[in-house]
Ligand binder design. Structure first.
Ligand code: NDP
Length: 291
């Protein structure tokens, strides 16, 4: 028989997780601060707990999917966590995850922190490629791996509880930069006779093509410490190209405020004498290497 899971938090994400566990035949206890949100899940076979403490008491594996770290502390304040394995997939910072891990240990629980790399429609849909980073003791991850693999893929990110959040936030930060670029691109073309649907196809294919090789090349350069290997677009040329990007924005009457921060960093790196590299050196301007 499959082990019972207690799930605290039935927002968009928690409810999506819940449905996959029910569909896979896991006995499931749910709790949500606003009780009405549990009703549809009760109809689908979940047992509804009246309090968070009652939900925690029902299962060894306790999963929290709440708004933020503060809400996790609030929801679990009155619960006895002794002997529980707490898996918190609420988005937070690495320091919050480390502190939450200590907090859980002080209450007799083992702890995994999770960082969800999916949106609710990707949950329970393996082809969509969603997954969750988990960090904390590997034995806890291994013990619950089968259950954790039901809503989405799993990636073990290391023993340090902060590492799942760190990689989650790193990916989200990169996504922000990407969508900043997307916003700028649409701003450039929106008032011209450019069919936006067709343009979107070119834009998304371009981003995928540039990202897939470029991201890996940056990793190889940062690992080797030589930022000139494999360069096909040198920084001197790119900085010259940036002038064209900025000038085009001005010609089109589009604000340059999303372009200038990155262009300024590239120009600074070039001025420091690194024209034969590509973009990897910008990483050194943001965070000096530990050597
Ligand atoms: P929702 O806003 O849909 O749900 C928030 C949940 O947190 C609700 O269950 C809410 O309860 C509960 N909550 C908020 N404050 C408290 C509190 N003080 N005490 C107890 N419960 C509280 O958010 P999502 O489900 O979308 O997100 C949940 C987590 O998943 C977040 O950390 C989010 O960053 C992460 N995530 C979400 C993604 C998404 O696309 N949705 C993608 C990746 C990660 P109530 O119903 O009572 O308000």
């Amino acid at each position: 028989a499959k082990p019972r899971i207690a799930l605290l938090g039935l927002g968009a994400m928690g409810a999506a997780f819940a449905r996959t566990w029910l569909a896979a035949g896991y006995p499931l206890t749910v709790w949500n601060r606003t009780p009405s949100r549990a009703e549809p899940l009760a109809a689908e076979g979940a047992d509804v707990a009246a309090t968070a403490a009652e939900a925690v008491a029902s299962a060894r594996l306790v999963v929290t999917c709440l708004l933020d770290d503060a809400s996790v502390g609030e929801a679990l304040a009155g619960a006895d966590l002794t002997g529980r394995d707490l898996v918190d997939v609420t988005t937070g910072t690495p320091a919050q995850a480390r502190a939450r891990s200590e907090w859980a240990a002080g209450r007799g629980a083992r702890f995994l922190s999770g960082g969800i790399m999916a949106i609710p429609p990707m949950v329970g849909v393996p082809e969509a490629g969603g997954y969750v980073f988990y960090s904390g003791p590997s034995e806890v991850f291994e013990e619950h791996r089968a259950a954790l693999a039901v809503p989405a893929g799993t990636v073990y990110a290391g023993r340090d509880a902060g590492l799942a959040s760190l990689q989650d936030v790193a990916l989200l930060s990169a996504m922000n930069g990407m969508f900043a670029g997307v916003a700028h691109a649409f701003a450039l073309v929106r008032n011209e006779e450019v069919p936006l649907g067709e343009f979107a196809g070119h834009l998304s294919a371009w981003l995928v093509a540039m990202a897939s090789e470029g991201v890996r090349l940056t990793a190889r350069q940062l690992e080797s410490g030589d930022y000139t290997t494999g360069v096909v677009s040198n920084l001197a040329m790119q900085v010259e190209g940036n002038a064209t990007l900025l000038r085009t924005a001005e010609e089109q009457g589009v604000s340059t405020e999303l372009l200038t921060p990155y262009a300024d960093l590239m120009a600074r790196r070039l001025a420091d004498g690194h024209g034969d590299e590509d973009g990897a050196g910008v990483v050194d301007l943001l965070a000096a290497p530990r050597r």
